[in-house]
Design a protein around this ligand. Structure first.
Ligand SMILES: N[C@@H](CCC(=O)N[C@@H](CS)C(=O)NCC(=O)O)C(=O)O
Length: 221
């Protein structure tokens, strides 16, 4: 049987897997019904994935094939395992899913980061903390605690960003239609990230219809 390994971002607790992009790859593998092992990876373990020619996870090693970048991994799995359930529902579905991918990357993930980024350093392995703080503070141009200081007010605007998704899910069970597809896993990965990192922060209001959708997607295979 082909060995399949996913390098997956972890916190100090190796069981804490919080990367939204790694969640996409994990859910795509599950959807395809493929067995895989994960290797907990930390930001400072660049050497461990140097064989992939870059320094970001997820990295999938499928037998002899090395694939990195969550979208490229989904595309690879769809082509390599055409007889397993489709992630996109065909070429047109894949094309439309690209929009979901870019929307979540450009709008949803930065929106979440501004609300939860200060919760991340204490969860990281000690060897990762200084790197994470320095690189993210450079990105935001201020201390991480200042970035999230007003989050209880700012989360309201974030929730509104997801209104188009709520409207779609008022008419169909999943973004993929009657069952979850990769488009669902993209958004799911982002909500998983927040849930893993900031379990007590209410990213979504308690009565948000998206919570029911989240629960159903999390039950995939
Ligand atoms: N475009 C990539 C982004 C992957 C990415 O940003 N991964 C983060 C973890 S969430 C990472 O490996 N960061 C390493 C670093 O910041 O040094 C994808 O979709 O997979």
């Amino acid at each position: 049987m082909r060995s399949r390994i996913l390098y997956d971002l972890a916190g100090e607790d190796p069981e804490l897997r919080f990367s939204s992009y790694c969640w996409r790859a994990r859910m795509a593998l599950r959807h395809k019904g493929l067995e895989f092992e994960t290797i907990p990876w930390r930001y400072s373990d660049k050497e461990a994935i140097a064989f992939s020619g870059q320094g970001y996870v997820p990295v999938l090693v499928d037998g002899e094939t090395v694939v990195f970048d969550s979208w490229t991994i989904a595309d690879y799995l769809e082509r390599e395992y055409p007889d397993a359930p489709s992630l996109f529902g065909g070429a047109a579905g894949q094309a439309v899913t690209r929009f979901v991918n870019e929307f979540v990357n450009a709008v949803v993930n930065p929106g979440i980061a501004r609300l939860i980024v200060s919760d991340i350093p204490p969860l990281l392995h000690e060897k990762d903390r200084a790197y994470f703080r320095a690189s993210r503070e450079q990105h935001f141009g201020k201390p991480l605690e200042e970035v999230t200081a007003n989050r209880d007010a700012e989360v309201i605007g974030f929730r509104q960003l997801l209104d188009p998704v709520r409207r779609v899910l008022a008419n169909q069970a999943f973004l993929g239609g009657t069952s979850p597809l990769y488009a669902d896993y993209i958004l799911f990965g982002s909500l998983q990230w927040a849930r893993c990192v900031s379990p007590s922060f209410e990213l979504l209001a308690k009565d948000d219809a998206l919570l029911g959708w989240w629960e159903q997607v999390s039950g995939v295979r």
